[in-house]
Design a binder for this molecule. Structure first.
Ligand SMILES: NC(=O)c1ccc[n+]([C@@H]2O[C@H](COP(=O)([O-])OP(=O)(O)OC[C@H]3O[C@@H](n4cnc5c(N)ncnc54)[C@H](O)[C@@H]3O)[C@@H](O)[C@H]2O)c1
Ligand SMILES: [Zn+2]
Ligand SMILES: [Zn+2]
Length: 366
Protein backbone atom coordinates (compact mmCIF):
# COMPACT_ATOMS: atom_id res chain seq x y z
CA UNK A 1 0.00 0.00 0.00
CA UNK A 2 1.26 3.46 -0.93
CA UNK A 3 0.84 6.04 1.84
CA UNK A 4 0.37 9.76 1.33
CA UNK A 5 2.52 11.89 3.64
CA UNK A 6 3.40 15.52 4.19
CA UNK A 7 7.17 15.94 4.17
CA UNK A 8 9.91 18.60 4.39
CA UNK A 9 12.09 18.53 1.27
CA UNK A 10 15.28 20.11 0.08
CA UNK A 11 14.98 20.65 -3.68
CA UNK A 12 17.71 23.22 -4.18
CA UNK A 13 20.73 24.16 -2.07
CA UNK A 14 20.42 27.34 0.02
CA UNK A 15 16.68 27.66 -0.66
CA UNK A 16 13.97 27.36 2.01
CA UNK A 17 12.69 23.81 2.48
CA UNK A 18 9.40 22.98 0.78
CA UNK A 19 6.57 21.16 2.53
CA UNK A 20 4.96 18.79 0.04
CA UNK A 21 2.61 15.88 -0.22
CA UNK A 22 4.68 12.78 -1.09
CA UNK A 23 3.90 9.11 -1.72
CA UNK A 24 5.72 6.55 0.44
CA UNK A 25 5.87 2.97 -0.88
CA UNK A 26 5.15 -0.10 1.22
CA UNK A 27 8.23 -1.83 2.65
CA UNK A 28 10.08 -4.38 0.51
CA UNK A 29 12.06 -7.30 1.93
CA UNK A 30 14.04 -6.24 5.03
CA UNK A 31 12.30 -2.87 5.21
CA UNK A 32 9.84 -1.18 7.56
CA UNK A 33 7.34 1.67 7.20
CA UNK A 34 7.21 3.96 10.23
CA UNK A 35 4.50 6.46 11.14
CA UNK A 36 6.53 9.35 12.56
CA UNK A 37 5.74 10.80 15.98
CA UNK A 38 8.50 13.42 16.10
CA UNK A 39 11.66 14.51 14.29
CA UNK A 40 14.34 16.80 15.73
CA UNK A 41 15.81 19.56 13.57
CA UNK A 42 19.57 18.89 13.60
CA UNK A 43 22.26 21.08 12.10
CA UNK A 44 23.20 18.18 9.81
CA UNK A 45 19.83 18.61 8.04
CA UNK A 46 20.75 22.27 7.56
CA UNK A 47 24.14 21.12 6.22
CA UNK A 48 22.33 19.02 3.61
CA UNK A 49 20.39 22.17 2.64
CA UNK A 50 23.46 24.41 2.35
CA UNK A 51 25.58 21.75 0.63
CA UNK A 52 28.11 21.20 3.44
CA UNK A 53 26.89 17.61 3.41
CA UNK A 54 26.58 17.10 -0.34
CA UNK A 55 23.89 14.57 -1.16
CA UNK A 56 21.92 14.33 -4.39
CA UNK A 57 18.67 16.33 -4.43
CA UNK A 58 15.70 16.31 -4.08
CA UNK A 59 15.86 14.90 -0.60
CA UNK A 60 13.34 14.20 2.15
CA UNK A 61 15.08 15.70 5.19
CA UNK A 62 15.19 14.40 8.75
CA UNK A 63 17.21 11.75 10.57
CA UNK A 64 16.53 12.45 14.27
CA UNK A 65 13.18 10.66 14.26
CA UNK A 66 10.99 8.44 16.39
CA UNK A 67 7.67 6.82 15.63
CA UNK A 68 5.53 3.70 15.54
CA UNK A 69 5.98 0.76 13.16
CA UNK A 70 3.15 0.77 10.63
CA UNK A 71 4.09 -2.17 8.39
CA UNK A 72 7.01 -4.59 8.10
CA UNK A 73 8.34 -6.15 4.92
CA UNK A 74 9.14 -9.81 4.30
CA UNK A 75 11.94 -11.22 6.43
CA UNK A 76 11.68 -8.62 9.21
CA UNK A 77 11.30 -10.61 12.42
CA UNK A 78 12.57 -8.26 15.13
CA UNK A 79 9.95 -5.53 14.59
CA UNK A 80 6.14 -5.67 14.39
CA UNK A 81 3.37 -3.11 13.79
CA UNK A 82 2.79 -1.03 16.92
CA UNK A 83 6.43 -1.17 18.11
CA UNK A 84 7.97 2.18 19.05
CA UNK A 85 11.25 2.85 17.27
CA UNK A 86 14.01 5.43 16.92
CA UNK A 87 15.78 6.01 13.62
CA UNK A 88 19.50 5.29 13.65
CA UNK A 89 21.03 7.46 10.93
CA UNK A 90 23.97 5.22 9.98
CA UNK A 91 23.17 1.97 8.21
CA UNK A 92 25.01 -0.79 10.09
CA UNK A 93 25.33 -4.11 8.29
CA UNK A 94 26.24 -6.11 11.39
CA UNK A 95 28.68 -8.24 9.41
CA UNK A 96 31.69 -6.18 8.30
CA UNK A 97 34.85 -6.13 10.40
CA UNK A 98 33.95 -2.80 12.06
CA UNK A 99 30.43 -3.95 12.93
CA UNK A 100 31.63 -7.23 14.44
CA UNK A 101 34.39 -5.40 16.33
CA UNK A 102 31.76 -3.24 18.06
CA UNK A 103 32.51 -0.09 16.00
CA UNK A 104 29.40 -0.02 13.80
CA UNK A 105 29.54 3.76 13.15
CA UNK A 106 32.48 2.85 10.89
CA UNK A 107 30.44 0.21 8.99
CA UNK A 108 31.92 -0.40 5.55
CA UNK A 109 28.45 -0.73 4.00
CA UNK A 110 26.96 2.54 5.33
CA UNK A 111 27.41 4.36 2.02
CA UNK A 112 25.00 1.93 0.35
CA UNK A 113 22.00 3.27 2.28
CA UNK A 114 22.74 7.00 2.25
CA UNK A 115 19.65 8.21 0.37
CA UNK A 116 17.61 5.04 -0.12
CA UNK A 117 17.01 1.80 1.79
CA UNK A 118 19.86 -0.70 1.28
CA UNK A 119 18.22 -2.24 -1.79
CA UNK A 120 19.11 1.00 -3.60
CA UNK A 121 15.85 2.12 -5.19
CA UNK A 122 13.70 4.98 -3.86
CA UNK A 123 10.58 4.41 -1.74
CA UNK A 124 9.44 8.04 -1.82
CA UNK A 125 8.06 10.03 -4.76
CA UNK A 126 6.74 13.56 -5.15
CA UNK A 127 3.25 14.50 -6.36
CA UNK A 128 4.45 14.29 -9.99
CA UNK A 129 5.82 10.77 -9.41
CA UNK A 130 9.50 11.78 -9.46
CA UNK A 131 11.78 9.79 -7.09
CA UNK A 132 12.98 11.40 -3.84
CA UNK A 133 16.06 10.54 -1.80
CA UNK A 134 15.87 10.16 1.99
CA UNK A 135 18.51 11.89 4.11
CA UNK A 136 20.89 9.44 5.82
CA UNK A 137 18.68 6.51 4.87
CA UNK A 138 15.94 7.98 7.10
CA UNK A 139 13.85 10.79 5.57
CA UNK A 140 12.18 11.17 8.95
CA UNK A 141 10.81 14.68 8.42
CA UNK A 142 7.66 13.12 6.94
CA UNK A 143 4.47 11.61 8.26
CA UNK A 144 5.63 8.19 6.97
CA UNK A 145 9.06 6.79 6.05
CA UNK A 146 10.06 3.41 4.59
CA UNK A 147 13.62 2.46 5.57
CA UNK A 148 15.92 -0.54 6.07
CA UNK A 149 15.08 -2.39 9.30
CA UNK A 150 18.73 -1.96 10.39
CA UNK A 151 18.10 1.81 10.60
CA UNK A 152 15.52 1.31 13.37
CA UNK A 153 15.93 0.52 17.05
CA UNK A 154 12.97 -0.68 19.14
CA UNK A 155 12.40 1.31 22.33
CA UNK A 156 10.26 1.24 25.45
CA UNK A 157 6.85 2.75 24.55
CA UNK A 158 6.76 4.69 27.81
CA UNK A 159 9.40 7.12 26.48
CA UNK A 160 7.61 10.11 24.88
CA UNK A 161 8.35 10.12 21.14
CA UNK A 162 9.56 13.74 21.06
CA UNK A 163 12.18 12.99 23.72
CA UNK A 164 13.02 9.66 22.07
CA UNK A 165 13.69 11.36 18.73
CA UNK A 166 16.54 13.43 20.20
CA UNK A 167 18.34 10.25 21.22
CA UNK A 168 18.40 9.31 17.53
CA UNK A 169 21.11 11.91 16.88
CA UNK A 170 21.97 14.96 19.01
CA UNK A 171 21.87 13.40 22.47
CA UNK A 172 23.67 10.17 21.59
CA UNK A 173 26.21 12.12 19.50
CA UNK A 174 27.02 14.45 22.40
CA UNK A 175 26.80 12.11 25.37
CA UNK A 176 28.45 9.31 23.38
CA UNK A 177 31.38 11.58 22.46
CA UNK A 178 31.95 12.03 26.20
CA UNK A 179 31.33 8.43 27.33
CA UNK A 180 32.56 6.37 24.37
CA UNK A 181 35.01 8.48 22.36
CA UNK A 182 36.76 10.50 25.07
CA UNK A 183 35.91 8.40 28.14
CA UNK A 184 35.89 11.58 30.25
CA UNK A 185 37.17 10.94 33.79
CA UNK A 186 35.59 12.23 37.01
CA UNK A 187 37.21 15.41 38.31
CA UNK A 188 38.45 16.49 34.87
CA UNK A 189 38.02 19.77 33.01
CA UNK A 190 36.08 19.95 29.74
CA UNK A 191 35.71 22.74 27.17
CA UNK A 192 32.77 22.67 24.75
CA UNK A 193 32.77 24.81 21.59
CA UNK A 194 29.20 25.36 20.35
CA UNK A 195 26.09 24.96 22.50
CA UNK A 196 23.42 23.64 20.14
CA UNK A 197 21.61 20.33 20.66
CA UNK A 198 24.90 18.46 20.25
CA UNK A 199 27.10 20.72 22.42
CA UNK A 200 24.50 20.88 25.20
CA UNK A 201 24.45 17.07 25.14
CA UNK A 202 28.23 17.02 25.50
CA UNK A 203 27.82 19.36 28.47
CA UNK A 204 25.31 17.14 30.18
CA UNK A 205 27.34 14.03 29.38
CA UNK A 206 30.37 15.68 30.99
CA UNK A 207 28.29 16.58 34.04
CA UNK A 208 27.05 12.98 34.36
CA UNK A 209 30.63 11.69 33.91
CA UNK A 210 31.64 13.78 36.93
CA UNK A 211 33.70 16.48 35.22
CA UNK A 212 34.62 19.17 37.72
CA UNK A 213 34.91 22.11 35.36
CA UNK A 214 32.80 22.44 32.21
CA UNK A 215 33.47 25.55 30.16
CA UNK A 216 30.92 26.38 27.47
CA UNK A 217 31.85 28.57 24.49
CA UNK A 218 29.38 30.10 22.04
CA UNK A 219 28.81 33.29 20.08
CA UNK A 220 25.27 33.76 21.43
CA UNK A 221 24.69 34.85 25.05
CA UNK A 222 21.35 32.97 25.15
CA UNK A 223 23.18 29.73 24.35
CA UNK A 224 25.56 30.30 27.24
CA UNK A 225 22.57 30.65 29.57
CA UNK A 226 21.24 27.33 28.25
CA UNK A 227 24.68 25.79 28.77
CA UNK A 228 24.58 26.72 32.46
CA UNK A 229 21.19 25.01 32.81
CA UNK A 230 22.71 21.79 31.41
CA UNK A 231 25.75 21.81 33.69
CA UNK A 232 28.35 24.30 32.44
CA UNK A 233 30.32 25.71 35.38
CA UNK A 234 31.89 28.53 33.34
CA UNK A 235 31.00 30.26 30.08
CA UNK A 236 33.06 32.14 27.53
CA UNK A 237 31.68 34.34 24.81
CA UNK A 238 33.67 33.85 21.62
CA UNK A 239 36.28 36.52 21.22
CA UNK A 240 39.36 36.71 19.02
CA UNK A 241 41.15 34.17 21.18
CA UNK A 242 39.44 31.79 23.55
CA UNK A 243 42.58 29.70 24.03
CA UNK A 244 44.17 32.07 26.53
CA UNK A 245 41.09 32.45 28.73
CA UNK A 246 40.59 28.67 28.59
CA UNK A 247 44.16 28.06 29.75
CA UNK A 248 43.65 30.59 32.51
CA UNK A 249 40.34 29.30 33.85
CA UNK A 250 41.63 25.69 33.90
CA UNK A 251 45.14 26.42 35.13
CA UNK A 252 46.96 25.20 32.00
CA UNK A 253 44.25 23.99 29.65
CA UNK A 254 41.27 21.64 29.83
CA UNK A 255 41.79 17.86 29.85
CA UNK A 256 39.27 17.56 27.03
CA UNK A 257 37.84 19.92 24.40
CA UNK A 258 34.89 19.15 22.13
CA UNK A 259 34.33 21.04 18.88
CA UNK A 260 30.56 21.00 18.23
CA UNK A 261 30.24 23.62 15.47
CA UNK A 262 31.95 22.26 12.36
CA UNK A 263 34.96 24.56 11.85
CA UNK A 264 38.63 23.81 11.26
CA UNK A 265 39.57 27.03 13.06
CA UNK A 266 37.69 25.92 16.17
CA UNK A 267 39.13 22.39 15.92
CA UNK A 268 42.59 24.03 15.91
CA UNK A 269 41.63 26.21 18.89
CA UNK A 270 40.35 23.14 20.76
CA UNK A 271 43.66 21.38 20.14
CA UNK A 272 45.74 24.39 21.18
CA UNK A 273 43.68 24.88 24.33
CA UNK A 274 44.00 21.38 25.80
CA UNK A 275 46.71 20.69 28.36
CA UNK A 276 49.67 18.34 27.85
CA UNK A 277 48.34 14.82 27.30
CA UNK A 278 44.89 16.27 26.59
CA UNK A 279 42.29 15.13 24.07
CA UNK A 280 40.47 17.32 21.53
CA UNK A 281 37.43 15.74 19.88
CA UNK A 282 35.88 17.10 16.67
CA UNK A 283 32.15 16.40 16.61
CA UNK A 284 31.00 19.21 14.29
CA UNK A 285 30.86 18.44 10.58
CA UNK A 286 32.82 20.98 8.52
CA UNK A 287 32.69 21.69 4.78
CA UNK A 288 34.68 19.21 2.65
CA UNK A 289 37.16 21.99 1.74
CA UNK A 290 37.80 22.96 5.37
CA UNK A 291 40.97 21.85 7.12
CA UNK A 292 42.90 22.37 10.31
CA UNK A 293 46.56 22.21 11.27
CA UNK A 294 48.49 21.51 14.44
CA UNK A 295 52.03 22.46 15.40
CA UNK A 296 53.67 19.12 14.68
CA UNK A 297 56.16 19.42 17.50
CA UNK A 298 53.39 19.52 20.10
CA UNK A 299 52.46 15.95 19.21
CA UNK A 300 55.63 14.34 20.59
CA UNK A 301 56.52 16.93 23.20
CA UNK A 302 53.04 17.36 24.65
CA UNK A 303 51.44 14.00 23.72
CA UNK A 304 48.21 15.73 22.72
CA UNK A 305 45.52 13.95 20.71
CA UNK A 306 43.17 15.34 18.07
CA UNK A 307 40.43 12.91 17.11
CA UNK A 308 36.85 12.79 15.88
CA UNK A 309 33.59 11.29 17.03
CA UNK A 310 30.85 10.07 14.72
CA UNK A 311 27.39 9.42 16.21
CA UNK A 312 29.05 9.35 19.65
CA UNK A 313 31.04 6.23 18.65
CA UNK A 314 27.84 4.48 19.69
CA UNK A 315 26.42 1.02 19.39
CA UNK A 316 22.74 2.02 19.12
CA UNK A 317 21.37 -1.17 20.68
CA UNK A 318 23.56 -0.56 23.74
CA UNK A 319 23.69 3.24 23.91
CA UNK A 320 20.04 4.15 23.20
CA UNK A 321 18.78 2.11 26.20
CA UNK A 322 21.63 3.61 28.23
CA UNK A 323 20.40 7.14 27.39
CA UNK A 324 16.87 6.21 28.45
CA UNK A 325 18.10 4.70 31.72
CA UNK A 326 19.85 8.01 32.48
CA UNK A 327 16.71 9.90 31.46
CA UNK A 328 14.42 7.79 33.63
CA UNK A 329 16.85 8.20 36.54
CA UNK A 330 16.48 11.98 36.17
CA UNK A 331 20.12 12.49 35.15
CA UNK A 332 19.78 13.16 31.42
CA UNK A 333 17.56 16.09 30.46
CA UNK A 334 15.59 15.43 27.27
CA UNK A 335 12.36 17.37 27.73
CA UNK A 336 14.43 20.46 28.63
CA UNK A 337 16.34 20.25 25.32
CA UNK A 338 13.14 20.92 23.38
CA UNK A 339 12.80 24.69 23.14
CA UNK A 340 10.01 24.66 20.58
CA UNK A 341 7.70 22.20 18.82
CA UNK A 342 6.62 22.78 15.19
CA UNK A 343 4.05 21.23 12.88
CA UNK A 344 5.39 19.81 9.60
CA UNK A 345 3.88 22.87 7.85
CA UNK A 346 6.15 25.02 10.02
CA UNK A 347 9.34 23.20 8.89
CA UNK A 348 10.70 26.31 7.05
CA UNK A 349 10.34 28.30 10.30
CA UNK A 350 12.04 25.51 12.26
CA UNK A 351 15.09 25.73 9.96
CA UNK A 352 15.12 29.54 10.12
CA UNK A 353 15.12 29.31 13.93
CA UNK A 354 17.95 26.72 13.87
CA UNK A 355 20.03 29.00 11.66
CA UNK A 356 19.37 31.94 13.99
CA UNK A 357 20.40 29.84 17.02
CA UNK A 358 17.05 30.30 18.76
CA UNK A 359 16.59 26.77 20.08
CA UNK A 360 18.44 24.20 22.14
CA UNK A 361 16.53 21.83 19.85
CA UNK A 362 13.47 22.42 17.71
CA UNK A 363 11.30 19.36 17.14
CA UNK A 364 8.70 18.70 14.46
CA UNK A 365 5.78 16.80 15.97
CA UNK A 366 3.31 14.85 13.85
N1 LIG B 1 29.65 13.85 14.59
C1 LIG B 1 28.38 13.53 14.45
O1 LIG B 1 28.01 12.37 14.39
C2 LIG B 1 27.36 14.62 14.37
C3 LIG B 1 26.01 14.33 14.62
C4 LIG B 1 25.10 15.39 14.62
C5 LIG B 1 25.50 16.67 14.33
N2 LIG B 1 26.82 16.88 14.04
C6 LIG B 1 27.31 18.23 13.75
O2 LIG B 1 27.52 18.89 14.98
C7 LIG B 1 27.42 20.30 14.78
C8 LIG B 1 26.46 20.90 15.78
O3 LIG B 1 25.15 20.43 15.54
P1 LIG B 1 23.90 21.09 16.32
O4 LIG B 1 22.70 20.40 15.79
O5 LIG B 1 24.18 21.15 17.76
O6 LIG B 1 23.98 22.57 15.70
P2 LIG B 1 23.34 23.95 16.23
O7 LIG B 1 23.25 24.83 15.05
O8 LIG B 1 22.11 23.68 17.03
O9 LIG B 1 24.45 24.48 17.25
C9 LIG B 1 25.65 25.07 16.85
C10 LIG B 1 26.06 26.07 17.93
O10 LIG B 1 27.35 26.59 17.61
C11 LIG B 1 27.35 27.98 17.87
N3 LIG B 1 28.43 28.60 17.09
C12 LIG B 1 28.41 28.97 15.79
N4 LIG B 1 29.60 29.50 15.43
C13 LIG B 1 30.38 29.47 16.55
C14 LIG B 1 31.72 29.86 16.82
N5 LIG B 1 32.51 30.39 15.87
N6 LIG B 1 32.19 29.66 18.07
C15 LIG B 1 31.43 29.11 19.03
N7 LIG B 1 30.14 28.71 18.83
C16 LIG B 1 29.64 28.89 17.60
C17 LIG B 1 25.95 28.43 17.51
O11 LIG B 1 25.61 29.67 18.12
C18 LIG B 1 25.11 27.27 18.03
O12 LIG B 1 24.74 27.46 19.38
C19 LIG B 1 27.02 20.47 13.31
O13 LIG B 1 28.20 20.66 12.55
C20 LIG B 1 26.40 19.13 12.96
O14 LIG B 1 26.43 18.85 11.60
C21 LIG B 1 27.74 15.90 14.07
ZN1 LIG C 1 29.09 -3.16 8.90
ZN1 LIG D 1 21.91 14.92 13.48
Amino acid sequence: MVRQAKAALCREHNKPVTVEQIAVDAPKRGEVTVKLGACGVCHSDLSAINGTIALPLPLVLGHEGAGVVEQVGEGVSELAPGDHVIFSFIYMCGKCRFCVAGRPVLCLEQGKALTTPLEGTPRARDAAGAPLGIFSGCGAMAQYATVSAENLIKIDPKIPLDCAALVGCGVTTGVGAVFNTAKVQPGSSVAVFGCGGVGLSVIQGARIAGAEKIIAIDTLPAKLEMAKAFGATDVLSVSEDVVKPLKKVTGGGPDYAFECVGSGDLAGAAYRAIRRGGLAVVVGVAKPSDSTSVRTMTLPFEEKTLTGSYFGSCVPRIDFPRMFALYLAGKLKLEELITRRYSIDEAPQAFADLQAGKNARGVIVF
